[in-house]
Design a protein around this ligand. Structure first.
Ligand code: GAP
Length: 456
């Protein structure tokens, strides 16, 4: 089936309260998006699913919630001050700014640009007269490196000493707390520290909606291990990540691994999981073998030993780190594209439906009085009762058919209709979003019916 276009998706998500343009009434702020009531429910459901798989169901796994602002030396130690930059150039004709590697990748329809040095990129662009995507001419400035970190000041003076950064990744909050977690939890290697939180990057290139934004959320997971155990764990987390995405309902044929040739400054091996978006394959997760780079650097820059004392062998060493990082916003975008279907029905009308797995659906069930005048009191009572268990919506306007369509459009798995039979016999009609079949069940079985089916 043909995928929904990006433009249509953006409008759809606005219309139904999932995602709005950031600061919209001021004309928007480029590459910022706000999650509405349903989008933020969806986000929380994905976070819950991640927590279950990565913290609750794994042994020796701990979650932290570190501050966004960290000591500026953290970012010197991590290498971000020195080398977290994009190779940018400007079109001299139309004054638009572009990433050199992206220009080459788009021009060659490959990831060729990812493996090139700055000089190689410049030569390639000149030799092949790579055109500006905006005006079509090929007349660019030299490449300049732009650091992606957002800076701000603490205190009252704009002194260099007071400079702090909004974190560009969660990971460092986990690394600087490695010993705190290990000691307080009496953790033995290998163990993992996970964190869900915001990260900020001064991205200037076009964003493809929430795929590339300046403020985004990551679900990061760092596994600390002994050197020698790193390669097996790296392969394990690649597969674990793919399995997690398939558990979220993404089909295997729309997921692929992309092993990196060009590695970030901290990595010995890196592999992305990519999802097939309408605009092409895009990274949603990254697994990295970061070796002992990060903890060694923190030891060097803080002068605090980061060594682990192995209680079984009495050896002391700096652990290796296998990182698996999940972009929450990109995961949400993949889930939305995957869930959307426009279906032609038997009566030749169409319906738009978001086929989320029930555990991800923002609303689990919607309650409708068949006839407002007669059934709304009972329906309200049922709504109030069900709200104690899961997210429920209530809709009493328009025909039942229209109310079903609205529930389908936001992906609510079940609708419950209250009618005369409910008042007489305490039974309700439950309609299934995907099959559109209806069945009658006793009211006091509804909670169990839903709870059984929303388990992850
Ligand atoms: N700690 C390692 C790290 O941050 P990364 O590959 O730069 O690695 C991890 O980012 C994930 O964060 C990516 O796989 C992607 O899903 C997400 N991500 C990165 N930059 C993003 C952006 N500008 N907007 C939205 N998501 C982004």
């Amino acid at each position: 089936m043909e995928q929904i276009s990006m433009e249509k998706m953006v409008n759809y998500l606005k219309q139904y309260g999932f995602i709005f343009q950031g600061s919209e009434i001021y004309g928007g702020l480029a590459n910022t998006w706000d999650y509405g009531p349903l989008g933020s429910r969806l986000k929380n459901n994905v976070k819950d699913a991640w927590r279950k798989r990565f913290i609750q169901q794994r042994q020796n796994a701990y979650e932290v919630d570190a501050d966004i602002l960290m000591h500026p030396r953290v970012w010197e130690a991590s290498g971000h001050v020195g080398s977290f930059s994009d190779p940018l150039l400007d079109c001299k004709e139309c004054k638009t700014r572009h990433r050199a590697d992206n220009l080459i990748n788009d021009f060659t329809n490959s990831s060729k640009g990812d493996a090139m040095t700055e000089e190689e990129m410049m030569d390639f662009i000149k030799e092949n007269k790579v055109p500006c995507p905006k005006c079509g001419k090929s007349n660019f400035t030299d490449i300049r490196q732009f650091n992606l970190m957002f800076e701000t000041q603490r205190g009252v003076t704009k002194d260099r000493k007071n400079r702090v950064y909004l974190r560009p990744e969660n990971a460092q909050g986990e690394y600087v707390n490695f010993l705190n977690v290990q000691r307080s939890m009496r953790a033995k290697l290998p163990f993992s520290i996970g964190q869900i939180g915001k990260a900020f990057r001064n991205e200037i290139t076009p964003g493809n909606f929430t795929f590339r934004t300046i403020e985004f959320e990551q679900m990061e997971y760092q596994t600390f291990c002994k050197k020698g155990e790193d390669e097996a764990l790296y392969n394990y987390f690649k597969e674990y990540g793919k399995k997690f995405y398939m558990d979220l309902g993404l089909p295997e044929e729309k997921l692929r691994f992309h092993d990196h040739e060009k590695l970030a400054h901290y990595a010995k091996a890196a592999c992305d999981i990519e999802y097939k978006f309408p605009f092409g394959w895009g990274e949603i997760n990254g697994t990295h073998n970061r070796t002992d780079f990060d903890l060694s650097r923190h030891q060097e820059y803080s002068s605090v030993s980061q060594e682990y004392l192995d209680p079984d062998t009495n050896e002391k060493y700096i652990p290796y780190i296998i990182e698996s990082t999940y972009g929450l916003d990109r995961t949400i975008l993949a889930l939305l594209f995957n869930a959307y279907e426009e279906e032609e029905l038997e009566d030749h009308t169409t319906r738009e439906v978001l086929k989320f797995p029930p555990f991800l659906a923002p609303m689990k069930i919607s309650v409708f009085p068949l006839i407002k005048k007669y059934h709304s009191e009972k329906a309200r009572e049922i709504y109030n009762m069900l709200c104690n268990y899961f997210m429920v919506s209530y809709d009493e306007t328009g025909s039942i058919g229209k109310r079903y369509r609205r529930a389908d459009a936001i992906g609510t798995p079940w609708s419950l209709t209250v009618d005369d039979e409910t008042i007489k016999n305490n039974t309700v009609t439950i309609r299934d979003r995907d099959t559109m079949k209806q069945m009658i069940i006793p009211l006091d079985e509804v909670v169990e019916y839903v709870e059984k089916r929303i388990k992850f």
